[in-house]
Ligand binder design. Structure first.
Ligand code: ATP
Ligand code: MG
Length: 818
């Protein structure tokens, strides 16, 4: 094993080597982007297995996405062989699902002691949409005014509490203000309904696992003894509940049974914490040393990913955040090319620039499609890129499963599967009750729901009563018959599940026997053809899942290897069952990447394939890009209101998080970084005139080569008013022509659904001549004149040295009236 060891350590710098070989206790690796944190984690695992003779079953590694987990597993297998497959490498959520399914009985006992009920091992996992639906139902039943207390806000508050491990009872005591008090009312009822539906939402997965480990010393002892090594990547994005989970798993002191704490190794970068909206807190990193006084800390300072130019840009941007520990990241990979900047007339022009540039790079042999990634701030921005890529025939895929799994037909099909796997799943059951239409109307549904409430039984059980004695509960005979047929259909399909048929076959049967496919087949609506394609895609996903050799049947290998499996506590092999498939889908749709319907379903074609034009361009949000790297990166939509997102205006900490997001975006690039913005962008069917992102101004001017700057007259951009100079040069916003880009008659307007809610929420700022205002970017000003009304309202404001600017007032403007 000696040569192998040298191999494992050869291409590491001394600090990295220390981290890989460190023995005992807790280890914290804090370091900037691209400094090899993930590499250290992977090598450390390989080193543990190869050199320290740790059994793979004793290793638990936690990553932020399933994709990252798969990659890590693959790397370790490459390094030490297939036996490494017995490791647990997964996301927090997947790990918790696994534990909860195994320990459902124990959890039920534990909870029964404390008087609350629990879920059984076939529980459903509710994603954000299911959660919102259920909260909607609960809020309606509790007569909550949805205008005053939007379900979305209630859901967010409940989620926050769960991330802080605050139970419904604690929430009541902790709630401050009307909105929180209302959320505290909804929380226990929501929780009760979840339990009744035998479902966990995402936050429950973590919270319940923590509950389980804290309540049962046997279970805690089992996992402690089993996992002697716990490793966490992207530690900066763990929230409080996850933090406690790690602490419970690894332990801080010897247990009564004499088990020492596990070796815990976490790696992260406080500057890349970008999930505060999910309750993640940098505190976990910053206070790690305090919480584990004996912990060893290692800093990594050499960046191996990017050129000096890219690194300097990223460093300059993140340096604007206050209260951070300054890091000295350096690279010896040379200056590299300048950053290329582009100011587009509108989002279509921007997409055309990006597409043209990619084409040119590939033609010139400087990059293959798979070398290129295009980033945007929010998912809805992908559409314009997709349109032009399709038109030009550029191969691409949209990463970020949300979109595919949010499609109605996909959700319908999955709802069927979920009801089959877990008949108590009320949200899914009510979703498909009359889809396709089978004569069970709203009134019938309401009657059944009311009966269920009255009798305190589940909706599913009430439905069975309705099927046999409908008239007793007040149903018309026709409805009762329709319900009876539905129940019968589901029972038929249920037999396939009992027989453990492959998920793809069950899905096919659902689409056939429910008439779902036939209905789309017969339709003339072109959209229905797309729906059919998406369902076909879903069947493919299910089929592939059934055939997946490793990721989910990994433990089988370990068992066949028959190494001291018993001692290490290796599980039963996991099967490609319907439940496993649904779990996979639910977790993927959360944070992860799945090929879009139009995309390429192939696994990552990264690194080692050397065909020049191989692969596809990757489109994704910056959030999804965390931890990844690409030779060529396009950062699009760098505009105030887009990136930083308008909802962060005026909020110091949220803006700091947007800036970290910008840091993440830039540091994904290895050789080339492009940055672009559009002068006009359609939002909610209205043209929006966004000034340059402040983050653009923060990139040192000498690092950027502007391919196209803001026009100094209106000629090329649909009648933009004259502006004094281009922006961003010579400091300050004094000459910022961000101003006054009003005009724009005849712009194409496109509707971006994602924006809708945000804009709708906020009315136009009401201003009159003479009013004093404070603008995020321009500072103090006085209103000179106003024009238009509603969404078209504008005001011309004198900002003194920052110039006179005409601004739209619709939506939440980064400005307050004084
Ligand atoms: P991020 O903060 O973005 O997650 P990271 O710190 O996890 O980044 P890695 O992804 O592990 O960084 O490494 C960045 C790149 O540098 C990878 O391509 C990796 O293979 C390479 N790399 C890391 N360390 C070395 C090294 N010692 N020698 C050569 N290449 C290295
Ligand atoms: Mg990493």
């Amino acid at each position: 094993a000696q040569p192998r060891n040298r191999e494992l350590l050869a291409d590491l710098n001394p600090a990295q080597r220390d981290a890989v070989t460190h023995v005992g206790g807790q280890l914290l690796v804090v370091a900037g982007a691209g400094s090899g944190k993930t590499r250290v984690l992977t090598r450390r695992i390989a080193h543990l297995l190869a050199e320290r003779k740790v059994h793979p079953g004793q290793v638990m590694a936690i990553t932020f996405t399933n994709k990252a987990a798969a990659e890590m597993r693959e790397r370790v297998v490459e390094l030490v062989g297939r036996r490494a497959n017995a490791m647990w490498v997964s996301t927090f959520h997947a790990m918790c699902v696994r534990i909860l399914r195994r320990e459902a009985k124990v959890l039920a006992d534990v909870l029964a002691d404390s008087g609350s009920s629990s879920v059984t091992s076939n529980f459903s996992i509710y994603d954000a949409d299911d959660t919102k639906r259920l909260i909607n139902l609960v809020a309606r039943d509790l007569d909550v005014d949805p205008k005053r207390y939007p379900p979305r806000g209630l859901a967010a508050q409940i989620s926050n509490w769960k991330n802080e491990l605050i139970t419904p009872a604690d929430a009541k005591a902790a709630a401050a203000g009307d909105a929180e008090r209302m959320a505290a009312e909804v929380y226990p009822e929501y929780q009760r309904r979840l339990e009744q539906a035998n479902a966990c939402d995402f936050d429950d997965l973590i919270m319940r696992t923590v509950e389980l480990l804290q309540a049962s010393t046997d279970v805690a002892e089992y996992y402690r003894r089993r996992f002697r090594h716990v490793l966490v990547d992207e530690y900066q994005d763990t929230n409080h509940a996850q933090y406690v989970l790690v602490r419970e798993l690894a332990g801080t002191e010897r247990t009564e049974a004499g088990t020492e704490p596990a070796e815990l190794c976490v790696v992260g970068d406080a500057d890349q914490s970008i999930y505060a909206f999910r309750g993640a807190t940098i505190r976990n990193i910053e206070e790690f040393e305090r919480d584990y006084p004996q912990a060893h800390t290692i800093l990594l300072e050499q960046n191996y990913r990017s050129t000096q130019t890219i690194l300097s840009a990223a460093n300059a941007v993140i340096a604007r955040n206050s209260g951070r520990r300054d890091k000295r990241l350096w690279t010896d990979s040379g200056e590299g090319d300048k950053i290329v900047g582009y100011v587009a007339d509108n989002e279509h022009d921007e997409a055309a620039f990006v597409a043209g540039e990619i084409d040119a790079l590939v033609d010139a042999g400087e990059a293959s499609y798979s070398d290129v990634a295009v980033f945007y701030r929010t998912n809805n921005q992908s559409r314009v890129f997709e349109e032009i890529f399709i038109r030009l025939g550029l191969p691409y895929r949209v990463v970020g499963g949300v979109r595919f799994y949010e499609r109605r037909e996909v959700r319908d099909a999955l709802a069927y599967l979920r009801v089959l796997a877990n008949p108590q799943d009320t949200v899914s059951l009510r979703r498909i009750l009359n889809v396709p239409k089978r004569g069970i109307g709203d009134r019938a549904e309401a009657t059944v729901a009311a009966y269920a409430e009255r009798e305190r039984i589940s909706f599913a059980d009430a439905l069975r009563v309705a099927a046999t004695s409908g008239s007793d509960i007040g149903l018309a005979a026709r409805s009762a018959n329709a319900i009876a047929r539905f129940v019968e259909l589901m029972d038929e399909l249920g037999k396939l599940v009992e027989a453990d048929e492959p998920p793809a076959d069950i899905l096919e049967a659902v689409l056939e026997r429910t008439g779902y496919r036939a209905q789309l087949d017969e339709s003339d609506d072109p959209q229905d053809a797309t729906r059919l394609e998406n369902l076909t895609e879903l069947v493919t996903v299910a089929r592939e899942f059934g055939e997946m050799p490793e990721a989910f049947q990994t433990e089988a290998d370990a068992v066949s290897a028959e190494e001291d499996a018993e001692a290490a506590g290796v599980d039963e092999p996991e099967q490609a069952t319907l439940a496993a498939f649904l779990e996979r889908v639910a977790l993927v749709a959360d944070t992860d990447s799945i090929p879009d319907a139009d995309g390429d379903a192939e696994e990552d074609d990264e690194e080692d394939d050397d065909e020049d034009t191989a692969g596809v361009v990757t489109l994704m949000t910056v959030h999804t890009a965390k931890g990844l790297e690409y030779p060529v990166v396009f950062g699009s939509g760098w505009e105030e209101g887009v990136f930083p997102h308008q909802r962060t205006f005026g909020k110091e900490d949220e803006l700091a998080e947007e800036r970290r997001l910008a840091y993440v975006a830039i540091t994904r690039a290895r050789r080339r970084f492009y940055v672009s913005r559009a002068l006009v962008r359609s939002a909610w069917g209205q043209p929006m005139y966004n000034p340059a992102s402040r983050f653009l101004d923060e990139i040192p001017a000498e690092l950027v080569d502007w391919r196209r700057e803001e026009p100094t007259n209106g000629a090329s951009s649909g009648g933009l008013p004259r502006a004094a100079t281009t922006w961003g040069r010579g400091g300050g916003f004094g000459n910022d022509s961000a101003q006054a880009r009003l005009a724009a008659g005849g712009m194409r307007s496109t509707s971006f659904s994602g924006w809708k809610d945000d804009w709708k929420k906020t009315a136009a700022l009401e201003l009159a001549v003479g009013d004093r205002v404070n603008h995020d970017k321009y500072g103090l000003g006085t209103v000179v004149s106003t024009d238009g009304s509603g969404p078209r309202a504008t005001a011309t404001i004198d900002f003194g040295t920052s110039g006179t600017v005409k601004l739209m007032l619709m939506g939440s403007v980064p400005m307050v009236k004084l």
